[in-house]
Design a protein around this ligand. Structure first.
Ligand code: ASP
Length: 588
């Protein structure tokens, strides 16, 4: 038997027991006649003690050959520690070792394997198997497993079946590029790796498996923005004979269950719902952080004055702008010139792209002061403040310009101010459903439309008629929904099209010819002819959900073997070239 206990297990109540432990040497410390080793495994750390007079000379001799990360097996008695460590679970005891067995030596690790490490990102990725020994990552993977289990338990109680779907498939459009795999047996032909199991889960509904889920890998060949992975995990779900309301309720239940199991937090209230239109209008984006207010004040939108009095103001920046949006920062009227200059620089950065920032201070004494005073009368300033619902001691900031850019900038500015004002507390959770997404969105190529969610999403029944008129495309709303937590989208789904003719109409709207639709999706169109039930579903980003529950920003630290920002596995050195024979066999 390699061990009687783990390194996280022994307590004062075990004092006097004879035990065997196995694990890795975290570090060794010597002080005069006494030496200590901290032994680590997945469960924790236990201190080992060696002392002249108390330990056998042969064991003390063995210590000389031992360094960090060696694998040891030790036998000895559990004894009370002189100086206890209340921060360690095993901190009241230590093991007085009488037998030491070096199971495997270790080279000196390239970075320290402790809570805080001295290793940079690259070196830790290269030696991921060592980085994974660190408690931080171990806790993250423990949490990931806990979330996984909670999800499975909940879905099991709701009658969902976990059904696997293939990885070598034909392309499933979810808005990204496919990863492709050449077929040796079918020279010149390729499989695609699934961007999600979307069409398969729909086919399972056609087959009658009316509650399906999978915690499954998805593959998307995208330019990797900061926190994306080319392969990532989704909790993928589908239900038949449901309406949007059923789906939202079921998965709100899942979310609440996971929060309770993993964080011990009871989210008792029903999650608020917000339409996509409202989210864009009030927050400037479709995943609003509703932990704080500071809604956008729409003074002019798409050339249309919402605050009529502005028409009379002769201020070019405003009169020429397509849109003007204000944001009220509470109690910030006394912000210094320097702070305001910094904010101006912030909105001018290329990522935000605004020409500048106009401010209006609502002083405590009832007077107003603005960076563009000379264009406004005192009464106009007051009216402006009151339109924005600003009170004494508030600061109002305005951005102006092209509608899309300005709305995005205002949304970013709102979050930035929220951070500065301490309004985005990490331990406060504000989930939200965003509903009624547009079905289609115009691409960069004018007159070309893409599916906002994916091509299988159903338009609202009352909007189906609009599909016959291209000028109405922008007004078609879908039964599509996203779940958002603290400004991050963590899941999304829709009610699906389940009739062949409507699906064909949708493909046509996306610019696909009948032949192309048949060639790409003939299997699905065919299936819809054999009694497809009404159905709908959702998928959650599992990695992101774990990161959020772990209170961290990056998903990478919640994935055992992630890729770096250029999509490389630096440990494996993949992707890599393949040899000539392999290429030849694949017909490449
Ligand atoms: N397949 C979709 C996605 O990956 C989710 C869904 O519609 O269920 O975003």
């Amino acid at each position: 038997m390699y061990r009687t206990h783990t390194c996280g297990e022994l307590r004062s109540s075990d004092i006097g027991k004879q035990v065997t432990l196995a694990g890795w040497v975290q570090y060794i410390r010597e002080k005069g006649a006494v030496s200590w080793i901290v032994l680590r495994d997945r469960y924790g750390v236990t201190q080992l003690v060696f002392e002249e007079g108390r330990s056998q000379a042969s064991v003390l001799e063995q210590l000389k050959g031992i360094g960090r990360e060696c694998v040891l097996q030790v036998k000895g008695a559990v004894v009370e520690r002189y100086s206890k460590n209340s921060e360690q679970e095993t901190g009241a005891i230590e093991i007085l070792v009488d037998t030491l067995n070096l199971l495997n030596p270790s080279s000196t690790p390239p970075f320290t394997i402790e809570e805080e490490t001295d290793g940079g990102e690259d070196i830790r990725m290269k030696y991921r198997y060592l980085d994974l020994r660190r408690p931080t990552l171990r806790r993250n993977l423990a949490l990931r497993y806990q979330v996984n289990r909670a999800v499975r338990n909940y879905l099991d109680t709701q009658g969902f079946w976990d059904i696997e779907t293939p990885f070598l498939i034909k392309s499933t459009p979810e808005g990204a590029r496919d990863f492709v795999v050449p077929s040796r047996m079918n020279e010149g032909e390729f499989y695609a790796l699934p961007q999600s199991p979307q069409t398969f889960k729909q086919l399972l509904m056609v087959s009658g498996y009316d509650r399906y889920y999978q915690i499954v890998k998805c593959f998307r060949d995208e330019d990797l923005r900061a926190d994306r992975q080319p392969e990532f995990t989704q909790i993928d779900c589908e239900m038949a004979f449901v309406e949007q309301e059923d789906v939202l309720n079921t998965f709100e239940g899942l979310f609440k269950h996971v929060f309770k199991e993993v964080k011990g937090i009871e989210l008792t209230d029903a999650f608020p719902r917000m339409t996509w239109d409202d989210a864009m209008w009030h927050y400037g984006n479709d995943k609003p952080d509703i932990r704080f207010g500071m809604k956008l004040q729409n003074l002019k939108v798409d050339g249309d004055y919402k605050f009529e009095q502005l028409k009379k103001v002769d201020f070019k920046l405003f009169s020429e702008a397509q849109s003007i949006i204000g944001i009220v920062a509470k109690d910030a009227a006394e912000w210094t010139r320097k702070q305001l200059d910094e904010l101006t620089e912030w909105v001018k950065r290329p990522q935000i792209g605004m020409g500048g920032l106009v401010n209006l201070k609502c002083n405590k004494d009832g007077s107003f002061k603005s960076s563009v005073d000379k264009f406004f009368t005192p009464v106009q300033l007051q009216e402006l403040a009151s339109f924005c619902a600003a009170s004494a001691n508030d600061l109002v900031l305005f951005v102006a310009g092209n509608e899309a850019l300005t709305r995005k900038a205002a949304s970013e500015l709102r979050l930035h101010l929220g951070n500065q004002l301490g309004l985005r507390q990490p331990n406060e959770y504000a989930p939200l459903w965003v509903v009624d997404f547009p079905l289609l969105e115009e691409t960069e190529v004018e007159g070309h439309w893409a599916a906002r969610h994916h091509p299988f999403t159903a338009p609202k029944p009352e909007h189906i008629a609009l599909m016959d008129d291209k000028t109405q495309y922008k007004n078609i709303k879908a039964n599509a929904y996203d779940i958002v937590l603290n400004g991050t989208e963590i899941g999304g789904g829709s009610i699906r099209i389940f009739q062949r003719d409507l699906q064909e109409k949708m493909f046509a709207a996306l610019g696909m010819s009948k032949e192309e639709a048949q060639e790409k999706f003939g299997f699905l169109l065919g299936a819809f002819e054999y009694g497809a039930p009404p159905h709908g579903g959702i998928a959650f980003g599992f990695d992101r959900l774990c990161a959020l529950l772990g209170g961290q920003e990056t998903i990478r630290d919640f994935i055992a073997f992630p890729k770096n920002n250029s999509g490389r596995d630096v440990m494996l050195d993949a992707p890599s070239a393949i040899d000539a024979l392999q290429k030849k066999e694949l017909g490449l």
